[in-house]
Structures are given as C-alpha cells and as structure tokens.
Ligand binder design. Structure first.
Ligand code: HEM
Length: 258
C-alpha cells in the first residue's frame, strides 16, 4: 500500500531504526508496513508536560496546605507554609497558562487538536463510543474494535472530562486566591461565583476533593499510556514527545478522512 491511499499528514513507511537490544534483552520488532502520522503540534505537547509538572507540584503542595505540619505556634503558619503556598500559586499560574494556550489551540491546532476532536461528532463516532465501551467491558477482539489515528470517542470523552475537572480546580483555586487579595482584580472577577457554589466552604471542599481525582488519574494515565504502547506497539508514549505515532496502513481508521 502506498501513502497516496491516505490523505495528508501520513508519513513515510518502513521499519523504525534503532538498537535491536536493550540492556541485553532483544527488543521485539513490530513487523509490517508501519507508517507514521503526525498528531500533536509543539504547543500541545509543551502544554502537556508543563501541565503535568504543575499538577504534580500542586497536588503535593496542596495536600500540605490542607493539612500542614511544622507550623505550630507561629502566627502566620511559619515560613514553611508561606513558601509552600508561594510554590502552589506559582504552579497555579503555569497550569492556568497552559489552559489558556490549550483554549487558543482548540481553534488554531490541527484537526486532531481542534474543538471538534474533543467530542464524538458524527453518528458513527457516537456508535463507536459504545463499541469502545463494549471492547473494554466485554473484551471483544482488538480487531473488532474501531481504529482511530487520534483519540477514539471514549478517549475523547475521558480527556474532555479531565479538562473540565482541571478547569473547575483552576477556577476554585482562583476564587480562593481572590479572597487572599480582596482588593485585587482576581477577587473582582471571581467573587460573584462564590454564592453559585453555595459558599466558600464548598469552593474549598471541591478544590480539595478534586485533588484526589488527580491522585488517581495521574498514575492511571501513566500506566495506561505505557500499557497501550506495549500492547499496540505504535509509540503512544513517544507521540507526546515527538508528536506522532506509528500505525498499520492495512486497517481502516475512522478519522483518517474526517
Ligand atoms: C491540579 C491542581 C490543583 C490541586 C491538586 C490543588 C490542591 C489544593 C489543595 C489540596 C489545597 C488545600 C485545600 C484545603 O484547605 O483543604 C489547596 C489550596 C489552595 N489552592 Fe490549590 N490546587 C490546585 C490548583 C490550584 C490553582 C490553579 C489555584 C489558583 C490560584 C489554587 C489556589 C489555591 C488556594 C488559594 C488555596 C488555599 C490556600 C490557603 O488556604 O492558604 N490551587 N489546593
């Protein structure tokens, strides 16, 4: 099969180069006429890694802020608390910046990154959403599951939910931050939202509770990415560094002509 049967941006074929062994073990080669497809642009990949680092820092510092130690007897919770809060706010600015860049990239990115790629849009994608659920729950064979170059409909819904949850975390964080600087513009922008949450305690509770979502999501996301890489052999993990992944041209990909 030649690359002309697939529209742009599918790349050249041929086996990947590299060593045949790693730490004395033979690396099993994926065999076949693999092609490479560019999925994720530099802004998306850069924001992914900045957000990942920011979230790790925010979870650790946030858990400390919520249940601090080593602060007894000091009127302002001591220098450790203020330093930890400073790092929390600094990481928060990085996370909020990645959110703004991602929002822009929903319009400016390629077709795998734009707003419609966040939801199953066509009737056949909605049908495939249920096919993917069936694939995971009933373990139908991988060949019966629909193939996608970018995210399949179930992944789209998952990652969109993660964006929404992260957005609520950023929002509740900035609402609380506004209270620490009541004459500032952040308070001016956010104070009207406090009654919508039913009071500041609910804002704080939500902010705290979502931390546990990230405590579960981050390790699960890392595990599932490495698992997909090893099961599918397409370079899922490297795709968020290099921007692309390998695929077998003999399959039909539901989003190759979307
Ligand atoms: C993944 C992202 C985040 C996580 C996991 C996280 C986690 C936490 C946790 C666990 C707390 C302690 C809550 C408590 O008192 O029980 C906290 C406090 C706080 N967070 Fe976050 N946070 C995140 C993002 C943000 C963002 C984006 C902001 C925006 C400025 C922010 C601002 C705050 C503020 C103002 C407090 C209260 C600090 C204080 O009382 O001194 N957080 N965070």
């Amino acid at each position: 099969m030649t690359s002309t049967s697939h529209p742009h941006p599918i790349g050249p074929g041929g086996p990947a180069s590299g060593p045949d062994t790693l730490l004395g073990s033979r690396i099993p080669r994926a065999e076949g006429d693999y092609r490479w497809v560019k999925l994720w642009g530099f802004p998306l990949r850069a924001m992914h890694w900045i957000a990942a680092l920011a979230i790790v820092v925010l979870v650790i510092t946030g858990l400390y802020i919520g249940n601090p130690f080593g602060v007894a007897g000091t009127p302002q919770f001591g220098p450790l608390m203020s330093r930890v809060r400073y790092v929390h706010y600094l990481a928060a600015v990085f996370l909020a910046t990645t959110a703004l860049v991602r929002l822009y990239w929903l319009v400016a990115g390629n077709r795998f990154e734009r707003l419609p790629a966040l939801f199953p849009m066509r009737p056949r994608d909605i049908k495939n959403l249920f096919e993917m659920i069936k694939f995971y729950l009933m373990r139908i064979g991988p060949d019966k599951a629909p193939h996608y170059l970018g995210h399949n409909p179930l992944q789209q819904m998952n990652y969109t939910l993660v964006y929404v949850i992260a957005g609520i975390e950023v929002l509740t964080g900035f609402i609380m931050f506004g209270l620490a600087w009541p004459t500032g513009w952040i308070h001016g922008l956010t104070d009207w939202m406090i009654p919508l949450f039913g009071g500041i305690q609910n804002v704080r509770f939500l902010h705290h509770a979502i931390t546990y979502f990230f405590l579960i999501f981050v390790p699960a996301h890392v595990y599932l990415s490495f698992r997909a890489d090893s099961v599918e052999g397409g370079g899922t993990v490297s795709s968020i560094i290099t921007g692309g992944r390998f695929f077998e041209p003999e399959h039909y990909y539901e989003d190759e002509d979307a």
